[in-house]
Design a protein around this ligand. Sequence first.
Ligand SMILES: Nc1ncnc2c1ncn2[C@@H]1O[C@H](COP(=O)(O)OP(=O)(O)O)[C@@H](O)[C@H]1O
Ligand SMILES: C=C(OP(=O)(O)O)C(=O)O
Length: 679
Amino acid sequence: MAHALWTTAAVGFCNGNAAISSGSVVASHRNAAISFGNREVEVGVMMCGGSSGAMVAWKRQQQQQQQQQLSKKKKKKGKDGGGFKRRMMEEEDVVAVVSALAGREEGAGGVVLESSEALEALKGLELERSSSSSSSSNGKKKNGHAVAAVTSAVVVVAEEEIESVTERKRRSFEIDTVTEKEMKENGFRSTRRTKLIATVGPACCKFEQLEELASAGMNVARLNMCHGTRDWHRDVIRNCRRLNAEKGYAVAVMMDTEGSEIHMGDLGGVSSAKAEEGEEWFFTVRTFEGPLPAFTIQVNYEGFAEDLKVGDELLVDGGMVQFEVVEKIGPDVKCLCTDSGLLLPRATLTFWRGGSIVREKNVMLPTISSKDWVDIDFGISEGVDFIAVSFVKSPEVIKHLKSYVKARAPDRSIGVFAKIEAFESLNCLEDIIRVSDGAMVARGDLGAQIPLEQVPSVQQAIINVCRSLNKPVIVASQLLESMIQYPTPTRAEVADISEAVRQKADALMLSGESAMGLYPQKALDVLRGVSLRMEHWCREEHHGDRYQLPELSSAPTEKISEQICNSAAQMADKLGADAIFVYTRRGYMASLLSRNRPDCPIFAFTESQNVRQRMNLQWGLIPFRLDFGEDMESNLHRTFALLKARGMMKSGDLVVAVSDISSASQTAMLQSIQVRKIP
Ligand SMILES: Nc1ncnc2c1ncn2[C@@H]1O[C@H](COP(=O)(O)OP(=O)(O)O)[C@@H](O)[C@H]1O
Ligand SMILES: C=C(OP(=O)(O)O)C(=O)O
């Protein structure tokens, strides 16, 4: 808005009828230099004489002029007039103050706010921005005037710069809007600890649909590179970024590689095909000009016919449809359908012989194919937060990818997750997880590689290893499979989700339910509702029967941080603390706290949006973005003030605060635990 150089906008806090006037300014409480776009503007919060309740803020050079203009407007149009809009601010915060300014009508002079809450909000603003203080407290003399209280204040901003203020404010302290809502609705002790991941597909890829999922609690959006084009994925990633930037979410993006396991082609463009028992189908590596012949399925693996033997069982999608190999005809394999079902595009294929999975030349296929490398480059350039690697069989591939990612994106932290689904990965589970940034129990394909009845115990084993090694773990696939078609889940699905929550997995993941199901939103609602209920049951109603968490192992170099976090979590539980606060640059201390699975939520403050998004996948972490101050004390004060102002915490709440950040002036890192009551 270039038209008005200094159209005055005002935010005031009033006692009774007092509004903005040119009444007696008695002392400056604090002067804060605020950057508006390219300019530094001084904003003053004034201490006012109790009798007048007047308030003024000024731009240094134009102070007098501003006051006259404000006063004139006030006189002319009354207290609501002159473009000043009266507005109650019971529970709103600094961000809302500035947003209100940005959203006000064209030409409106400002927003007048009332109530002590609003005053707190301004104090937050002031604290955050203050570079010097000439404050005087209640009743003390300053500049020869009696100062009663901080009863009022005005912030003057240039109209054309409001947007950058909004942006700046938002960037200096950010919290996921859904979490904030949940915290206000349920009280922050009851916020959901288990994180939710939704696979994005045609059923939920539009901006509005993603927004609906985000508001239903999606913490991470997963993109399965098996499906869709890169342009399609780019649009989704950008929609997620837009959602975060415009709506205040912290949705992370996870890219899941296709891998080079054997799978079917795209069925010639149809969305599914039914295979009936007794039918003969041809599996082939040939390509066809024009439409696919009837009863033909293309396969992506050249050695397919070579690896198979007559009599082998061929399982589609881990057994959703089953065939028996009856004949090999050159590059084609004729199969008889023995278990009917729906064939879906690009479904995985596994072969079984005498009750064991067949490992022939296919075992030599690279875990990361050449197409995956191109996808990975794409993901890095589009700024994904996580890369999940399909069919990991050894730790080497993860190490290799991690060093590649570090070289390609030295300034960003991209988490590399190992999907545990290959039979071979179970022989070196610890080694794989140790070098990864997290793991996914990919039960869909895992259930096709090991007997189904072993999947639950393997799930538990993977979760245990992850906790012991301090790696986040995702439980994925078929959590609500029936909801692809129906609006309510089966009881067994609810029990399955509850079990994963009881095992304290970091995150639960939807696949087809959100990607191509009829009820993506409802499925996420069920996931959220069941998680909340089970968490509550474990925490509040079943305290004595706490799920026994496995031993925590430790890395020698990280022992001090680990001990600090373990002690802080124990202390918080024993003291019945309301929250743990952690100030963290890389998210590491936050993860060490999270793995203790304490009773109270962990408010994790970090300076980086990237780290904030990554923390959004971890159990119990409520990630905030915050510009760190000079020292721990100032960080604590600012966060207390801001959280109180936003109605998220209140005076008297008990907080255990952990920090390992050092200020610019400190050379050594200071690790500390403090127990504080919110003032
Ligand atoms: N990007 C996409 N484009 C089209 N369909 C998708 C996409 N992502 C997922 N799907 C659909 O959702 C289903 C379930 O997703 P997922 O479990 O991730 O894949 P898969 O079935 O290949 O393991 C897929 O089979 C596919 O039909
Ligand atoms: C999550 C899984 O992987 P994908 O969806 O890529 O098959 C799985 O197999 O469970």
